[in-house]
Design a protein around this ligand. Structure first.
Ligand SMILES: Nc1ncnc2c1ncn2[C@@H]1O[C@H](COP(=O)(O)OP(=O)(O)OP(=O)(O)O)[C@@H](O)[C@H]1O
Length: 487
């Protein structure tokens, strides 16, 4: 059944029946699932999974991991008397970030609300809108060119880069541009699955192969047949597992766990890691032969701090994603953007995406100012909105500006980047940033902004024209002769 949005794991007792009926009654589309049978999560839009009365910890985690939905995007429904409850509420499972504890008899309204609120991977009533890899910076231009060059071939690709830089998106883009695009794209996070389960996850198992193998199960290689297998966090794979993977890459053959029957496979491999694999091979933690097999075509993702110019496009993309999920969007003032550009973004594009979502919840459909940003993003604000009211008061003649408001920008030591800098462009950027901030805090009144920038009003009007910033000013305030147009 395609597009079901609540998954009910089969379990003993009648609770699964009750939850299934409740979901149907509330207009969701539940699907019953025997956890030992493989499931193709790509054709569904899971919002929530009811894990019934699973009492085996490992089975519980495997069930959740096999849905292949990031933990933060899946709501786990669990009975208040479930054997898993204590562990899950204490965060003992990496697979369950969001929990809703169900009391029986069920409170329909609360349950419906929780499931509706759960972020879904795709809008449940519409076909999945493909996620776009955005960015017109030269760094992203290089990435896009490499994607186009490598896509038509079957060569293995190794996507490198810090966490959250878009490695999985690149893997999907390569698959979508390749002749395999109509076959499955299957992803597995090699770092998230316990080493002892990874073999069966990748190659499948026969019934009875180990305790808990109640029935025969396909592995990810088999699920990806004819398509692409994305091995995320390959750098975290154990050495014994690396040997097994190497054999598949060399011979294109493998056996299910517990079987002697060799299966051929036709799967394109794309691997990714945030680790320095050359260093790992030097340290003996990663096999050199596997490294060379995987890195036929290495592709390095730039960290966000190296393509900050893509930030407006990325924010627009995340707003569109929020819109598709029925959520509100958010705008950023000039000074907020300036502050965001100064942040170092250790979490990269994912961190930006999460920030946009958080601010869209806090400031729906409004403009976020630098002072509205969580503290760590405010950074060095030479003239921020915190001082905005102070600045306005200053114009009203109530307060004298404190030296500290103008000092920090002069105190900031600017480091010369390794490759040098186009000084003229750089200074122009700083000038535009400060002008925008001055207009922000003076509500677009040019005369006030000019005063704040210690320049003649006419000089500022010239600069506004030069940089195309007239729209940031109030009404006709950019006319060279409207010197009296002050608030
Ligand atoms: N260039 C981009 N355009 C649009 N969205 C992007 C871009 N880069 C990353 N994202 C978004 O950022 C988030 C993280 O991306 P992704 O999961 O591909 O990163 P990753 O490098 O694989 O992360 P990890 O190392 O943690 O596995 C996703 O929501 C993704 O859609």
């Amino acid at each position: 059944m395609p597009n079901s949005n609540v998954l009910i794991v089969e379990s003993n007792g009648t609770r699964a029946d009750i939850v299934t009926s409740a979901m149907q009654f509330m207009g969701f589309v539940p699907q019953r699932w025997d956890a030992n049978v493989p499931i193709d999560s790509t054709t569904h839009d899971w919002r929530a999974v009811y894990i019934g009365s699973i009492d085996d910890e490992q089975l519980c985690d495997r069930v959740l991991a096999s849905l292949d939905v990031p933990a933060e995007q899946l709501l786990v429904l669990v009975g208040s008397d479930s054997p898993q409850l204590e562990r899950l509420t204490k965060g003992g499972s990496a697979c369950a970030a969001q929990l809703e504890v169900l009391d029986f008899p069920l409170r329909y309204e609360r349950l419906a609300e929780a499931v509706r609120r759960a972020p879904s991977l795709r809008a449940s009533t519409q076909p999945a809108a493909p996620l776009r890899l955005v960015g017109s910076s030269s760094a992203m231009g290089r990435v896009n060119a490499l994607i186009r060059q490598v896509s038509p071939f079957d060569s293995s690709v190794l996507v490198l880069g810090e966490s959250g830089t878009g490695k999985e998106m690149v893997a999907r883009a390569i698959h979508d541009c390749s002749p395999r695009r109509d076959k499955p794209f299957v992803a597995i996070n090699c770092g998230a699955i316990p080493a002892e389960l990874l073999e069966s996850e990748l190659f499948g198992h026969e019934k009875g192969a180990f305790t808990g193998a109640i029935s025969t199960r396909k592995g990810r290689f088999e699920m990806a047949e004819g398509g692409t297998l994305f091995l995320d966090e390959i750098g975290d794979m154990s050495l014994p597992m690396q040997v097994k993977l190497l054999r598949v890459l060399q011979e294109r053959m493998y056996e299910r766990v517990g079987s002697n029957r060799t299966q051929r496979c036709d799967v394109r491999i794309i691997a990714a890691t945030h680790r320095n694999l050359e260093q790992s091979t030097a340290d003996g933690r990663f096999r050199e032969d596997l490294y060379y097999r995987l890195s036929v075509f290495p592709l390095e993702m730039p960290p966000l701090r190296e393509h900050l110019e893509d930030m407006p496009e990325l924010i627009a993309e995340f707003n569109q994603r929020l819109h598709r999920r029925g959520l509100n969007s958010v705008r950023f003032s000039g000074s907020a953007m300036q502050a965001l550009r100064q942040h170092t973004w250790p979490g990269n594009v994912r961190e930006l995406s999460n920030l946009v979502e958080r601010l869209a919840i806090l400031y729906p459909n409004s403009e976020v100012r630098a002072t509205d940003l969580p503290e760590k993003y405010r950074g060095m604000q030479p003239i921020d909105e915190a001082s905005g009211s102070l600045v306005r008061a200053m114009f009203d003649g109530q307060v004298k500006p404190a030296a500290s408001h103008t000092r920090s920008v002069l105190d900031t030591e600017v480091m010369l980047p390794e490759g040098g800098v186009d000084l003229k462009d750089h200074l122009a950027d700083i000038e535009v940033g400060l002008i925008r901030q001055a207009l922000d805090v003076t509500d677009g009144v040019v005369a006030h902004a000019a005063k704040l920038l210690h320049m003649q009003r006419t000089t500022l009007v010239e600069k506004l024209r030069k940089y195309g910033l007239q729209s940031a000013c109030r009404g006709s305030d950019t006319s060279p002769h409207s010197g009296t147009a002050v608030a």
